[in-house]
Design a protein around this ligand. Structure first.
Ligand SMILES: [Zn+2]
Ligand SMILES: [Zn+2]
Length: 252
């Protein structure tokens, strides 16, 4: 288990974001919180300049996801997901990933469309729905919550209801596509792998069905979280650092 990877994991000490050493400053500096973007006077910062304010540090996973994705101007859902995944509030596995997926997708979608008017309400709506998708849904119900998250994304974005026609089709088709890819990657569950696969599927879906190109500048999607996952399938997962597996199809 490489030391370098461990350092980015759930840290008991050091930087809350990356786990590296903290510097204690003689004079306070104004630093921007990585999550809420607020400016705070602090005498402690990470050697890589990361800073997380006390409020963000104390938020629950879903509160942090909601706040971060509502405030973010990012058009990159993969970058947003990775930043949030590094927060100590998000565990290696957990139902917070069911909200993470639609939250970063909705944020990136509305930021790309330069239409932030609806973004906040849509993200809050997605949270209400995602919170009904309980932990262990993948194995117990045969419907991975990250896949359901992409269905929630399309449903919220298109205002689908059980009575809609086109929107109903698209929402269910979105879940089907990401679930198919997630299922083919095989078990056991990994909330990081499945969230990443779900987000990638959603990006091609939005391009194909809505003509909206949302891309990620993060080309290297090698997993930073595997040392925390005792069920990691390692070389059989395409995100594992030494894996030779390739994406099943072009994901833009
Ligand atoms: Zn750091
Ligand atoms: Zn903050």
């Amino acid at each position: 288990m490489a030391r370098k990877d461990e350092a980015t994991m759930e840290h008991k000490s050091g930087c809350l974001f990356c786990g590296k050493e903290l510097l204690y400053l003689e004079k306070a500096e104004d630093l921007q919180c990585l999550f809420c973007k607020g400016l705070f006077s602090t005498q402690a910062k990470c050697i890589d300049n990361h800073f997380v304010c006390d409020t963000c540090h104390a938020l629950s996973a879903n509160d942090l996801i909601e706040r971060f994705t509502i405030d973010s101007c990012s058009k990159d859902p993969v970058a947003m997901a990775l930043t949030l995944m590094k927060s100590p509030s998000l565990k290696m596995h957990g139902p917070e990933h069911h909200f993470l997926v639609p939250a970063v997708l909705l944020s990136a979608f509305y930021n790309t469309m330069a239409d932030s008017g609806e973004k906040e309400a849509k993200i809050r709506q997605a949270r209400k729905r995602a919170e009904n998708v309980l932990g262990g849904f993948c194995g117990f119900y045969g419907d991975c919550g990250a896949a359901v998250g992409t269905g929630i994304f399309v449903s919220v974005m298109t205002n689908a209801t059980p009575l809609s026609r086109k929107e109903w089709r698209l929402s269910n088709l979105m879940t089907a596509k990401s679930l198919y890819t997630i299922a083919n990657a095989g078990g056991p569950r990994c909330c990081k792998r499945n969230s990443m696969l779900a987000i990638e599927e959603a990006l091609s879906f939005v391009k194909d069905h809505f003509g909206v190109e949302i891309d990620s500048t993060i080309r290297n999607r090698k997993c930073q979280f595997y040392p925390l996952n005792k069920e990691c399938i390692k070389g059989e997962c395409r995100f594992y650092p030494e894996s030779s597996l390739q994406p099943e199809k072009n994901t833009n």
